[in-house]
Design a protein around this ligand. Structure first.
Ligand SMILES: NC(=O)C1=CN([C@@H]2O[C@H](COP(=O)(O)OP(=O)(O)OC[C@H]3O[C@@H](n4cnc5c(N)ncnc54)[C@H](OP(=O)(O)O)[C@@H]3O)[C@@H](O)[C@H]2O)C=CC1
Ligand SMILES: C[C@H]1O[C@H](OP(=O)(O)OP(=O)(O)OC[C@H]2O[C@@H](n3cnc4c(=O)[nH]c(N)nc43)[C@H](O)[C@@H]2O)[C@@H](O)[C@@H](O)C1=O
Length: 324
């Protein structure tokens, strides 16, 4: 997808370190990594609001915030997020909360003079049986994976809203589609989290208790692509600085593992010595979702952190920060 006016690039969008940037969702996995990255790069004027201070589902509050703060740039990393069980169990929350947050933030950003906004979607926007690796052009070419279609529909609406505002107003809104993420500040909830933090916690607790077995969901055969959140944050800043196109951009590691391989790797990093038991009553979800990230690579960005190194880093953070 391209268009002469709407694909104009703004290569030095963030060249001034004092620009005012609103990172929405700064306490989450992604938002906290983006804040770390921006601070490491020397950005001094970050606007941050926790959920309790500013509920982004409330349109009037969002508009008042933008009217007062007038951020120049917005990175939208606030969302209702969860793993396969949470998505499957709370479909109304996943579609409604995400539509509300993104509609309020994208529209207020445009109307209150934000120069550029980056919206984050997810690899679940693509059809369940998309060609692998999945190119950006696979969007809306087939039915979605049922366990997360409500969340995916909201995310697709976010991409389309950014495109619509670019087309109608020539406004610089872009979308990045991350693959499955992990790292410091992840959600380690036993049921509602994603697979990697869920297994890290379960193996750790089993090791501490001296348990002989750990239950893992599904068949172990689904393939997933994992990216460390510090790589994602680097990619997000790269996109803010180097990309202003109409089409969304995949952000992946290019490497996939089966859930069984992931479980063995997490087990090794945590140091659990018992057995894995597979709970086939739990859903597998989509069989495979490796993204084609060649568009981003063509712009000059590639990830750096291997899955093994990322797991070691995340387990260290877990031990230091999550209550035992
Ligand atoms: N984690 C992953 O594997 C992937 C994530 N993404 C995308 O990255 C983005 C960030 O996800 P991630 O960091 O993992 O999610 P987290 O759940 O870790 O963080 C989300 C953040 O949004 C905040 N938030 C939620 N609802 C509201 C609200 N109504 N008002 C204000 N703040 C709110 C949360 O605050 P609080 O906790 O206080 O509610 C939290 O700080 C999302 O758009 C997600 O779709 C994409 C692909 C994969
Ligand atoms: C990022 C992405 O995340 C979600 O999609 P998902 O990739 O299916 O996410 P998941 O991490 O929860 O599961 C991956 C696989 O792992 C298996 N699995 C094993 N044992 C556990 C386990 O203990 N917990 C979880 N959650 N999964 C487990 C699980 O059965 C599945 O086969 C979307 O809803 C959507 O939100 C989205 O965009």
């Amino acid at each position: 997808m391209s268009g002469a006016i709407n694909d104009a690039t703004s290569p030095s969008a963030l060249s001034d370190k004092s620009v005012k940037i609103f990172v929405a969702g700064h306490r989450g996995l992604v938002g906290s990594a983006i804040v770390r990255k921006l601070q490491a790069l020397g950005f001094t004027n970050l606007v941050l609001r926790g959920h309790a201070e500013l509920d982004l589902t409330r349109q009037n509050d969002v508009e008042s915030f933008f009217a007062v703060e007038k951020p120049q740039f917005v990175i939208l990393a606030a969302a209702k997020v969860g793993g396969i069980h949470a998505n499957n169990t709370y479909p109304a929350d996943f579609i409604a909360v995400n539509l509300q947050i993104q509609t309020n933030v994208i529209d207020a950003s445009y109307r209150f003079g934000v120069k550029k906004l980056l919206f984050l979607g997810s690899s679940c926007i693509y059809p369940k049986f998309a060609p692998q690796p999945i190119p950006e052009s696979a969007l809306l070419t087939g039915p979605l994976e049922p366990t997360n279609e409500w969340y995916a529909i909201a995310k697709i609406a976010g991409i389309k809203m950014c495109q619509a505002y670019r087309i109608q107003y020539n406004w610089d809104a872009i979308s990045g589609m991350p693959t499955n993420l992990y790292g410091p500040h992840d959600n380690f909830h036993p049921e509602n989290s994603h697979v990697l933090p869920a297994l890290m916690r379960r193996f750790h607790e089993a090791k501490v208790k001296g348990a002989k077995e750990v239950v893992v969901w599904g068949s172990g055969s689904p393939l997933r692509e994992f990216l460390h959140v510090d790589d994602l944050a680097d990619g997000v800043v790269f996109l803010m600085e180097n990309y202003s196109g109409l089409e969304h951009v995949n952000v992946g590691s290019g490497k996939e593992v089966t859930i069984k391989e992931l479980a063995e790797l997490v087990k090794e990093v945590v140091g659990f010595e018992g057995e894995l038991v597979w709970d086939s009553s739990k859903p597998d979800g989509t069989p495979r979702k490796l993204m084609d990230s060649s568009k981003l690579a063509g712009l000059g960005w590639t990830p750096k952190i291997s899955l093994k190194d990322g797991l070691v880093d995340t387990y260290k953070w877990y031990l230091e920060n999550v209550k035992q």
